[in-house]
Design a protein around this ligand. Sequence first.
Ligand code: 8YV
Length: 310
Amino acid sequence: PLALQLCPLSPYLEQALGQRVAICRWFELDGAGQAAWLAAHAGDVRAVLTGGHIGCPADLMQALPALGLIAINGVGFDKVDLKLAAARGVLVGNTPDVLTDDVADLAVGLVIGLLRDLAGADAYVRAGHWGHRDWPLARKVSGRRFGIVGLGRIGAAIARRLEPFGPVSYCGTAPKDVAWAYHPDAATLAAHCDVLVVACAANAATQGLINADVLAALGPQGYLVNVARGSVVDEAALAQALAAGHIAGAALDVFADEPNVPDSLLACDNTFFTPHIASATVETRLAMADLVLANLDAFLAGRDLPARVV
Ligand code: 8YV
């Protein structure tokens, strides 16, 4: 069977995929090359292999009449049109659970990195400043109030990790059976916490959810951390809030138009940025790869996917 690979994958995964399907490395073709390839092979493609941050463009899905599976190497499926996939009878598989610990660990790392300015401290030592200049005091993490936007698998794992540091509350579509306090919306949550951690799914309802009003409610002593998707945060409003001191700082692992980080955000120094690495550990990428392979194997054998979104 023929599969389209939309982004680079780990050598382990690429090798194992190559033993199962014939692969077209779509991301290495330019526009003309893609058009020519489709004209010759579109009807033979059974599977699309992609990343959570890439998904599958709707027009590509439409151009592949024999498509049966979109296998995402990631938990997020915001870049796949699920309605279209369902209407077309295309299965969509992802890699939930296996990356929850890593994403939650990184969220805690971003909280501490931001409030204690770990990036600045590292740069300070490397520049030989130690002993020459005073290190500006940072802000204490323990005792802060933490607000989690979206208490799904990842949000709950972040909440469990942050609980020893200080009180945790959350917002989401509905209250859950947990001891943490629930707030009905992001602005109310922001008004009741010092560090707002975004962990919700990206969809039409959460697009631009963290807007100027939410940031204003977070306030000049408040911090924003995002390990979800860039689209959940209004980046222009965030850059403005950071520059004007309407919030104290922001740590972001995800951006709306990756790999482009807006200059307006890069210009702010009360920030801590990472390049979408929340699931990027040896152990987790191996487990994600095995789940992609399990989804593909199930599809090829005509069985239900172990991790099926649609
Ligand atoms: C990865 C992700 O960066 O799981 C997701 O949704 O965004 C990340 O784990 C990406 O999907 C790797 O392909």
